[in-house]
Design a protein around this ligand. Structure first.
Ligand code: PMV
Length: 330
């Protein structure tokens, strides 16, 4: 029975989250903490989704989505399952219908909903493997568009940032209006980690939308300031100017504060990293906790990783930027 495997990076937003939802550019990077998505046809005609290690603290178990067990993990499993089903639906519409059952296995050591693009990685991975099994090959840009469609249909609102980044890889300037995303460089040194997250992306995006409705001029000014950070951030990424990247991260963090999405837990880590010698640090993603990124002299990142861990944060990578999705027939 044919099988296909996609190894999909996760992502971190360097600059521009939230403003990207309103059409401003952002800079994100693929993170070399990959999610493996394997798909195969099933002769019994059933479609099954298996999750292995979706939650980092829960030991590896394969869960048949129909089994009704693992109640504590049910909510996140259901959420991921909705991306998987939608991706299979989109794949099916492209290949003109899938006759047999399909089994999708997902292996991840990251918990979902921490602002590291796990849903984008799952959407892109399922699409890529499903298309591969059906003999259809498409390029990374096409795949990114389809994966974005999956995210949009499941979430209702989503920028193309996460799906473009996990498909293209590298450090990406995301253009949410014309979709001319540009890989600016392969990677930069940065500390990427996360703290537990309280709010979901949908809630935080809805909160900013509400704020924009009640204080439109204020929010528009903040968004424009974030866009200026992205613009100068692009120059700093191109020149590999870590000190400037750090200062811009601090500015971006402050602007996210102004939008009201920074949690106390993110602040604690961000301030500790700055005190420990980082040029700058910011929360990353929708907020309410979750991912963070810090810039420093590259030789200092290991020490900063210790500082973050001592505060209870998880460290994911000391690099931002790696190759995009990789797909193979097994
Ligand atoms: O899902 P997260 O935490 O990576 O947040 C995504 C970033 C937002 O800009 C807030 C939303 C989006 O769709 O780009």
């Amino acid at each position: 029975m044919r099988r296909a495997l996609a190894r999909v990076p996760t992502k971190v937003t360097l600059f521009g989250e939230h403003a990207v939802v309103y059409g401003y550019p952002a800079i994100a990077a693929a993170v070399p903490k990959r999610i493996d998505v394997e798909a195969r046809f099933r002769s019994d005609g059933r479609s099954v989704i298996r999750f292995e290690g979706v939650e980092i603290r829960v030991p590896l178990t394969a869960v048949d989505i129909g089994s009704g067990s693992h109640e504590a993990r049910r909510e996140s499993i259901d959420r991921i399952a909705s991306y998987v089903s939608k991706a299979i639906e989109v794949c099916s519409s492209i290949v003109g219908g899938i006759d047999s059952g399909i089994e999708v296995s997902i292996r991840s050591s990251l918990p979902p909903s921490i602002g590291l693009g796990t849903s984008a990685a799952v959407s892109a991975g399922v699409l890529a493997t499903c298309l591969e099994l059906n003999g259809v090959s498409i390029d990374a840009r096409e795949l990114a568009k389809l994966a974005w469609r999956v995210e949009l249909e499941v979430q209702g609102a989503a920028s193309p940032m996460d799906t473009a980044t996990v498909c293209l890889g590298g450090v990406v300037l995301v253009d949410p209006v014309n979709h001319r995303h540009r890989v600016v460089r392969d990677s930069i040194d940065a500390l990427v980690g996360y703290v537990p997250r309280l709010g979901s992306t949908a809630t935080l995006v809805a909160y900013v939308k509400k704020l924009r409705g009640s204080a439109p001029r204020v929010v528009e000014s903040i968004m424009r300031a974030i866009a200026a950070v992205v613009d100068e951030g692009l120059d700093a990424v191109e020149k590999l100017d870590y000190e400037r990247l750090g200062m811009l991260a601090n500015a971006n963090h402050g602007l996210l504060h102004a939008l009201g999405v920074v949690s106390e837990s993110s602040d604690r880590v961000v301030h500790a990293l700055r005190r420990a010698g980082a040029y700058g640090a910011k929360m990353s993603g929708a907020g309410g906790g979750g991912a963070f990124v810090a810039f420093a002299q590259p030789g200092m990142l290991h020490r900063l990783a210790h500082v973050a861990r001592a505060l209870g944060a998880e460290v994911v990578s000391l690099k931002a930027g790696c190759s995009g999705i990789e797909v193979e027939q097994l």
